[in-house]
Design a protein around this ligand. Structure first.
Ligand code: G3P
Length: 224
């Protein structure tokens, strides 16, 4: 997984600016910056937008969630095969806003592995990070939930969560890159997170809710 790192994954969530044509515009800006500045940017988008965005963008697109179900009677579920068919490279798993129990997390990671979909397992703290590392996701993104969507970044408020997650994961499986997120807004937040051993950032509001997403991204990538 060393290729493609460090990375910034922008989660469009369900923000008003984060779906359809507006969400596409943010991803297009990311694509331009990624190519022009040779940096790794990816987006986690609504299931509804996967096909359109994957067909028309050159950055890696992730789903925000999949269900660990197989073909059959699972109305409303997001089938991993359908996500792969869309062209997405992978999915977030267990985002703080879409939590799953450990049994479902394990089933989802395993289904995605069979299908060649990358998994970014989201965790709330070092303990969950440790448990998650044993499931061998492709990446782990640790995000203290109380900092999500706020103005104080994990790098500033809880640097020890990043450092301890990195050392814990590396003692279990050093091939799993640790990302971090919550409140990340600028290049200082990014560079501090990387200096603590993380391999990238999962963020949302700092870009999606910004009135100037291009400027916000240009500032963020300076920290890579
Ligand atoms: O998925 C990223 C996220 O939960 C962090 O959100 O708005 O604090 O960057 P935000």
């Amino acid at each position: 997984m060393a290729e493609g790192l460090p990375i910034i994954i922008v989660n469009l969530k369900t923000y008003e600016q984060g779906y359809g044509a507006d969400g596409f515009e943010i991803c297009k800006i990311m694509e331009e910056i990624s190519i022009e500045h040779n940096v790794n940017l990816a987006a986690a988008v609504s299931a509804i937008d996967l096909v359109d965005y994957c067909d028309n963008l050159k950055i890696p697109i992730f789903a925000q969630h999949v269900d660990g179900v197989n073909y059959g009677s699972h109305t409303g579920s997001i089938l991993p095969e359908a996500v792969r068919y869309s062209g997405a490279v992978g999915t977030l798993v267990n985002h703080a806003e879409c939590q799953m129990n450990w049994e479902d997390i394990e089933a989802t990671i395993s289904r995605c592995r069979e299908l060649g979909l990358l998994t970014v397992l989201c965790t709330a703290d070092v303990k969950a990070t440790e448990k998650g590392a044993h499931l061998n996701p492709d990446m782990i993104a640790v995000e203290p939930p109380e900092l999500i969507g706020g103005d104080v970044s994990v790098s500033t408020a809880k640097p020890e969560v990043i450092a301890d997650s990195v050392s814990t994961v590396s003692s279990i499986n050093s091939d799993i890159p640790v990302l971090c997120g919550a409140g990340v807004k600028n290049q200082e937040d990014v560079s501090k997170a990387l200096s603590l051993g993380s391999k990238g950032i999962l963020l949302a509001s700092g870009v999606v809710k910004s009135s100037e997403p291009r400027e916000a991204l240009m500032d963020l990538i300076k920290g890579l």
